[in-house]
Design a protein around this ligand. Sequence first.
Ligand code: IMP
Ligand code: MG
Length: 194
Amino acid sequence: MSLGPMGSESGNLDERLERILFDQGKIRECIAAMGERITADYAGGSLTIVAVLQGGVLFLADLIREIRLPLRMDSISVASYHGGTTSSGTVTFHQNHLPDVEGRDVIVLDDILDSGRTLAAIMERIREECRPRTLRSAVLLSKKVERAVLIEADYCGFEIGDEFVVGYGLDYGGDYRNLPMIGVLKREWIEGGI
Ligand code: IMP
Ligand code: MG
């Protein structure tokens, strides 16, 4: 059992959320609809989904089961937050190996689009170094903010305001990815928040 910031018991992890934006049912519905769209858009073809680690893992696992096409999966590992709640402005690639997707139809999948730097950097590297036949992007969440890089995802689940969210793959300092819902942390669980 972990202790809260004031030394109290933390209780259930869900209780650290101030507000739930999307519960499991809403997320499931949204991903099913996205999977149906992708299935229709690529009908007769096959796909490679490249998930951005680690935030995109839950989304990947749920989305691919809603796509009724021959499909391969791969991943790419980057960091842009470096543990905080605001984008650092630099995108660090954690691996030299890039997905082997030459000539294939590819969708890059990330948890959330914020400044746009992460998705833009990944799309550019894959387009230039991996030579896919086609390249699109999918995000579960998109923040309605002014982007640092002009990019929108081809498939987007939900739009949210400019707030920091956790759960369903999204973390704060590495925690909360396992929450099945998406929500906003109580301020006392964000360092320096009180
Ligand atoms: P961007 O490069 O600013 O678009 O940020 C995208 C990346 O930052 C995502 O892949 C997430 O890992 C992370 N990120 C952005 N907003 C949030 C958030 O609200 N909660 C958790 N992670 C976030
Ligand atoms: Mg991420």
